[in-house]
Design a protein around this ligand. Sequence first.
Ligand SMILES: *Cc1c(COP(=O)(O)O)cnc(C)c1O
Length: 359
Amino acid sequence: MKRALNFNAGPAALPEPVLRKAQEDWLNISNTGMSVMELSHRSKPYEEIHNGAISLLKQLLNVSDDYEVLFLQGGASLQFSMVPMNLLTTGKRGYYALTGTWSEKALKEAEKIGDSGIAASSRESNYSFIPSVEDITYENDAAYVHLTSNNTIYGTQWSDFPKLKDVPVIADMSSDILSKEINVNDFGLIYAGAQKNLGPSGVTVVIIRKDLIQENKQLPTMLSYYTHAKNNSLYNTPPTLAIYLLSLVLEWAKDQGGIKSIEETNFNKAKLIYDAIDMSNGFYKGHALKESRSKMNVTFTLPDEQATQAFLKRAKEEGFVGLAGHRSVGGCRASIYNAVPLSHCEQLASFMKDFLASY
Ligand SMILES: *Cc1c(COP(=O)(O)O)cnc(C)c1O
């Protein structure tokens, strides 16, 4: 069996040891004679997995007891709605930093719920950069400031975050959570669909500061953070298989030496590919401005459509998967999340050099 050189944007590569462990557990987890999918979500073996994942995530990201970790469904996309439903109270405004498609979508949902404003934007430049933290603006009616920490489609990433005293910062970290050290205390709420850096699709992680969890009887029960926080994310049947796989990914991250060492590897992985771009004499062009480059999604274009198609065709023959760019940027995109090994990035960088030499 040959594993693909997987550069998919999401769902994306999972660590091979995680898949092997899942295979080992498949028919008989924790000596129950059942697969994880067949366990009651109220049973002790499942509870151990569930609570183990919560505490390991807290440990890896250094989450204090001021925060609650929730495992929800509906993807990051449902958080676009749940954030304003729960936090955007009457008379207040949700301010959004627009840095790409996902932040636009988040704003669009907020507009359905209440009042909103723009905190910053790089829309005019086809989202090729991240606004500076100093340029974030909001009025004193702000319920929160929302940003997208990594722009999966455009390949840009915030390198530092606003530290606001009175207004909670909300971050969609779907495509870079667990990829680098962050200070959770800078945020009121962090959310992430799991399928990029945390596991399979089907579970969404929410890290919310406890003072932001308020009971609101008007809200549908399932859409209230209060419900899920009060019930340890077991109000209804959680996505048990996805949470189990998430727990294995977290174990793997710990085995890698934790976030600090994952961050170093990610730096080296990204450097390999950006160097291939920068040393190509303009044959490959990065979409993102250098200071805003993402270490998770490397976006680049080739001189013309013909070259792009030839590149993608040859890449496919060599076993590379997922390199076609998103239609809003064009060209190519290499998604190099935590689970993509350094060796795959080396192979891609050397393929890029060979292709340039031969084209
Ligand atoms: C993939 C992605 C989403 C959408 O996630 P779903 O789980 O499919 O809803 C939202 N935001 C960002 C930054 C993403 O990368």
